[in-house]
Design a protein around this ligand. Structure first.
Ligand code: CTP
Ligand code: MG
Length: 253
């Protein structure tokens, strides 16, 4: 069975916008996947890693229907890689649309494997992608890269929506410490059979599904947890750009 990849890259990166920037301009901010790290966009770093894995036959990049950046920059051109302007209202909707492109335009089969990977996890390496493929390609269900929780985990006391993190609100207080052993953070890529994943996403409340594995779990299956690296974090907040760039610079030394 063939192995495909879908890269959702149709988000607006709301949490990555610095508040000072948002106030200073009326232009919509550049989505985070197009920010540059060491002279190349996050998305180009991500696609470069996938293009270096020869067992992946093709990568579908899901971009927003009104995206003008992808096609304007030659750094996004890679072999066996094509962008489709079929981004949806949620990450899961973008993934669902990317899977449909594979089935419709590439004749991908239900038993084929598909790796789904966030464009914003731009520190992914070919070695980690291959580790996931190795672990999953003989598995009945498939699985995901995930990181055993490094920190002690606290659950907060219930509080009203108006308090909490807003300035002047009441601080959060610990209700209890949740044992961290046996707890994992879900990373990507996540690797499942195309048909199983399509069926799992179908009919679910897509905005509530934040990764592929949770849809597979709702369908009654238990994905495999494959050890990831802390460096495979998702660029989410403004301070993450400098962190990601520092990792890339260290790798080049
Ligand atoms: N994504 C997508 N379609 C959406 C929303 C997200 O393809 N409707 C993609 C993003 O481009 C990103 C990945 O899904 O590569 C992970 O999502 P996230 O980190 O949440 O990115 P954004 O949704 O863009 O950021 P935010 O939630 O802060 O707005
Ligand atoms: Mg998001």
């Amino acid at each position: 069975h063939r192995i495909w990849a879908v890269i959702p890259a149709a988000g607006i990166g709301q949490r990555a916008v610095a508040h000072s920037t948002a106030a200073a301009t009326t232009q919509p901010p550049l989505p985070k996947q197009y920010h540059r790290l060491l002279g190349r966009s996050l998305l180009a770093h991500t696609l470069h890693a996938f293009a270096q894995v020869p067992t992946i036959c093709h990568t579908v990049v899901v971009i927003a229907p009104d995206d003008t950046v992808f096609a304007s920059q030659t750094e996004h051109a890679f072999a066996r890689t094509q962008a489709w302007p079929v981004g949806g209202a949620s990450r899961a909707a973008s993934v669902r649309n990317g899977l449909a492109v594979l089935a419709t335009h590439y004749q991908a089969q239900p038993e084929d494997w598909v790796l789904v990977h966030d464009a914003a996890r731009c520190l992914i390496t070919p070695e980690w992608i291959e580790r996931l493929i190795q672990a999953c390609q003989n598995d009945a269900i498939g699985g995901l890269l995930a990181l055993p929780l490094p920190d002690t985990l606290k659950e907060e006391q219930p509080r009203s929506a108006s308090s909490g993190l807003d300035e002047g609100g009441k601080p959060a207080r610990v209700a209890q410490t949740v044992p961290r052993s046996g707890k994992w953070l879900a990373h990507t890529p996540q690797m499942f059979r195309l048909g199983l994943l399509q069926a799992a996403l179908d009919g679910n409340n897509l905005p509530s599904i934040t990764d592929e594995a949770s849809a597979i779990e709702l369908a009654g299956h238990a994905p495999q947890l494959v050890p990831s690296s802390a460096q495979n974090f998702k660029v989410t907040y403004p301070e993450d750009f400098a962190l990601a760039e520092a990792v890339l610079r260290a790798r080049n030394e």
